[in-house]
Write a protein that binds this ligand. Structure first.
Ligand code: PLP
Length: 393
């Protein structure tokens, strides 16, 4: 018996545990000091009434003989896939419902999709990054290369003549940097993938935060993407489903490699290893896409966006370079006075009582940067910013 030794190559993630430890230590030494947390990537507003109503109705159905449901289709109920297809149609993207797979959130599918790819593929991951992309590849023993986000490229790195990749991860709006690729920039990636026979794994978990009509909310708004991209999305940040769990993955039928349809491979994978998302949850997710559910969930997003704009305004006034915050819940900024990410973390905690996330925790090129999030309450955000603004660097 041998274990999968690739797991031994994973780096321990100390980011959030170190943040929690430092905050706890500071709090016990300064019990009267107010602490404002702008570090969390989780939503704080409750599910909207339209979702609660749909969930409640579905619970009642499950208790009646006539409407009870057992196993559903592994790829999701047609009612939800059809409404997601209609949501894409409004974006100008035509999707057959068989191209949509309902998941229990984007994280699982982002990891699981690797089942359908060979382990000898070259993987290209932007740094700084959502760590799941890296760890799931290390677990499978794949070689990972990085493309670096920098101040110069405003954290939207693009391929150059030296770039090589079979699998490319892109996340837009980005976690942790909040940067968003334009259509023209995504076209460069799509053309690169088509030319190199590569596949783009496009994470659009934060697409609902985009309000600038010129920016793409789906990679399929870019010509050629259906021949080279898989898209992952989620109701987590769109509708506060982080604890309810529902997302979806789009695998176009026209996406083929080695003569095989990736849609067929993914369907085979899902029907073998997955038994679907609860009926009740899928009814809740469907409610997000109704007129009323959409209006209510977008109101919550507007609340978070308002927090993001307050954070951006403060940074602008302080003359600090930042990206994100406009079409994203994340704000990514350069630590003042050339401080390292962790030095700035300590400084901000001790001088202002504000907790953020050090950029270095998201990868090498995150060093010297810092992430704040807009998912807190308005009161907490305003108080944190008041305290932050009073600092002198
Ligand atoms: N993708 C990104 C970039 C994320 O930041 C997150 C969660 O924070 C996810 C995916 C996972 O979302 P889900 O809750 O749908 O699993």
């Amino acid at each position: 018996m041998n274990i999968n030794a690739n797991y031994l190559n994973l780096q321990e993630s100390y980011l959030f545990s170190t943040v929690a430890k430092k905050v706890k230590e500071y709090q016990s030494a300064n019990p009267d000091r107010a602490i404002y947390r702008l570090g969390i990537g989780d939503v704080t507003l409750p599910l909207v009434p339209a979702v609660i109503e749909a969930l409640t109705n579905a619970v009642a159905e499950m208790g009646e003989q006539k409407t009870f449901r057992g196993y559903g289709e592994e790829q999701g109920y047609a009612f939800l896939r059809s409404d997601i297809s209609a949501y894409y149609a409004k974006k100008g993207v035509d999707l057959d419902i068989d191209e949509i797979f309902i998941s229990d959130g984007a994280k699982s599918d982002i990891g699981n999709i690797l089942d359908i790819f060979s382990t000898d593929n070259d993987v290209l991951i932007p740094d700084p990054v959502y760590p799941v992309y890296i760890d799931t590849n290390i677990m499978a023993g794949r070689k990972v290369d990085y493309i670096y986000g920098t101040l110069e490229n405003a954290f939207t790195p693009l391929p150059d003549k030296q770039t090589k990749a079979d699998i490319i991860y892109l996340c837009s709006p980005n976690n942790p940097t909040g940067s968003v690729y334009s259509k023209e920039q995504l076209k460069i990636w799509v053309d690169f993938a088509l030319k190199n026979n590569a596949v783009i794994l496009f994470d659009s978990a934060y697409e609902a935060f985009i309000t600038d009509k010129a920016l793409p909310t789906s990679i399929y708004q870019v010509e050629g993407a259906k021949e080279c991209a898989i898209e992952f999305c989620s109701f987590s940040k769109t509708a506060g489903f982080t604890g309810t769990r529902c997302g979806y993955t789009v695998v176009p039928k026209s996406l083929k490699r080695n003569g095989a349809s990736l849609n067929t491979l993914w369907l085979r994978r899902q029907t073998t290893k997955f038994n679907g998302v609860p009926y009740i949850v899928q009814r809740g997710a469907q409610a997000v896409l109704t007129d009323e559910g959409f209006r209510q969930t977008r109101k919550n997003i507007a609340y978070y966006r308002e927090n993001a704009l307050l954070i951006s305004d403060t940074l602008r006034k302080l003359g600090i370079w930042f990206t994100g915050g406009e079409n994203s819940p994340y704000i990514w900024f350069k630590c003042p006075n050339g401080m390292t990410s962790w030095d700035f973390f300590d400084f901000l905690l001790k001088k202002a009582g504000v907790v953020g996330t050090p950029g270095a925790g998201f990868g090498k090129s995150g060093e010297g940067f810092f992430r704040l999030t807009a998912f807190g309450s308005r009161e907490n955000t305003v108080n944190a910013l008041k305290s932050f603004s009073a600092l002198s660097f």
